[in-house]
Design a protein around this ligand. Structure first.
Ligand code: UD1
Length: 358
């Protein structure tokens, strides 16, 4: 039994870690293909090192480019890899261009494809991730859904027969990393922060970074929050801020490079709040019971909003800056012990399901 994982961007490395562990524990052969979509060491190598992921068996070295060029370059490089390895399953993760390229390549070669994190929908057809999700789900043979809401979306698109509810592998990795965290206090000292008194922010989605007015409104909002905000700047954000001649630092806002995963989890765990447009971080904040403000008009992780731990703000609105500052300065919501994302055993279930259907 051989699984071939296709990954390429930061959130996929996080999801890969528990799958690689589960493959090892269950004696399943696992081939890792890195497309090279993310190539900065802080977006890539550091995850392999910190999360104990084996080095990729194949590196496609694709790099940046427009959506078509980036996806096409991966697709062109994948044929040879799949021909050589002939896996029982091609496993693709999430919703990036690497996901779509892996799925398209496998479907053309008549190899079975499983999609991890299937069934997520924002219903926002302008998001590149939404195209990637829908196309990948419809190409795949097996849809591994993280939540009941995702299962319902798949059923609504006629895909119930191919869908299995497995839980969310990001909970697996988060629980393991949190249990191993040692010195969060020292790490906070290094960042100049005091536990419970700051927010962590990340902004990187194209719809937020690529429109100058929208980006300026978001930055102003972060600067007006009533406590310190540390923005962990993705390369896309840095590039767009430089192009647009904006100034990130000011008011409550300071800027840092992205953090390695364990440091990020420690920083979010001890934070007063999170402000983000990332999908993964909304869930991580919820799992750590840190209130989240999401700078998007919709979310795939609706459970976090329904349970009161996530508030959406409209980045395109005239009063976006006020909305962000007000939401990020709010009090903590009512406690909840709901666990809509599973119990930390999702990766084991994924590998069992794949083995039983190989
Ligand atoms: C991608 C995913 C998104 C995911 C995010 C996590 C798609 C369509 N989007 O967005 O779903 O949430 O990763 O970070 O696949 N860049 C660097 N160094 C790198 C990688 C990228 O400087 O290591 C720059 C590129 O030059 C480019 C920009 O970042 O300008 C965007 O990179 P890209 O991989 O296209 O998408 P992300 O915005 O990272």
């Amino acid at each position: 039994m051989k699984i071939l994982s296709v990954v390429g961007a930061r959130p996929q490395f996080v999801k890969l870690a528990p799958i690689a562990d589960a493959c090892r524990e269950q004696g399943v052969e696992h081939v890792i293909v890195h497309t090279g979509q993310h190539y900065d060491p802080m977006l890539s190598d550091v995850f392999f090192t910190d999360l104990g992921i084996p080095d990729p068996d194949v590196h496609l070295g694709t790099g940046s480019g427009s959506h078509g060029r980036q996806t096409g370059a991966m697709l062109a490089a994948m044929d040879e890899v799949l021909e050589q390895h002939q896996p029982d399953w091609v496993l693709v993760y999430g919703d990036t261009n690497s996901t779509l390229a892996g799925a398209l390549s496998a479907v053309k070669m008549h190899l079975p494809i499983a999609h991890l994190e299937a069934g997520l929908r924002s219903f926002n057809r302008a998001m590149p991730e939404e195209h990637n999700r829908v196309l990948t789900d419809h190409a795949a043979d097996l849809l591994l859904a993280p939540t009941q809401v995702a299962m319902d979306h798949l059923a609504g698109e006629g895909l119930a027969q191919r869908s299995v509810l497995v839980g969310d592998v990001m909970v697996d990795v988060l629980m393991k990393v949190r249990a191993e965290l040692t010195d969060t206090a020292a790490a906070l000292d290094e960042l100049g922060l005091s536990a419970g008194e700051y927010s962590i922010a990340t902004i990187h989605r194209a719809e937020n970074t690529d429109d100058p007015d929208r980006l300026a409104g978001i930055i102003t909002g972060l600067q007006q929050v009533d406590h310190p905000v540390v923005l962990l700047a993705h390369p896309r954000l840095r590039a767009k801020v430089a192009d647009q001649g904006l100034d990130l630092e000011g008011g409550s806002l300071t800027v840092r490079d992205p953090l390695p995963y364990p440091a990020l989890i420690g920083a979010v765990d001890a934070a007063r709040g999170v402000v983000t447009d990332s999908g993964g971080l909304q869930k991580e904040a919820f799992a750590l019971r840190t209130p989240c403000t999401t700078v998007r008009t919709e979310t795939e992780w609706v459970e976090t909003v329904e349970l009161g731990w996530n508030v959406l703000v409209s980045p395109g609105a005239d009063d976006a800056a006020d909305q962000i500052a007000t939401a990020a300065s709010r009090e903590e919501p009512r406690p909840t012990d709901a666990a809509p994302y599973g119990d930390g055993q999702a990766a084991q279930t994924v590998v069992e399901v794949l083995t039983s259907r190989a």
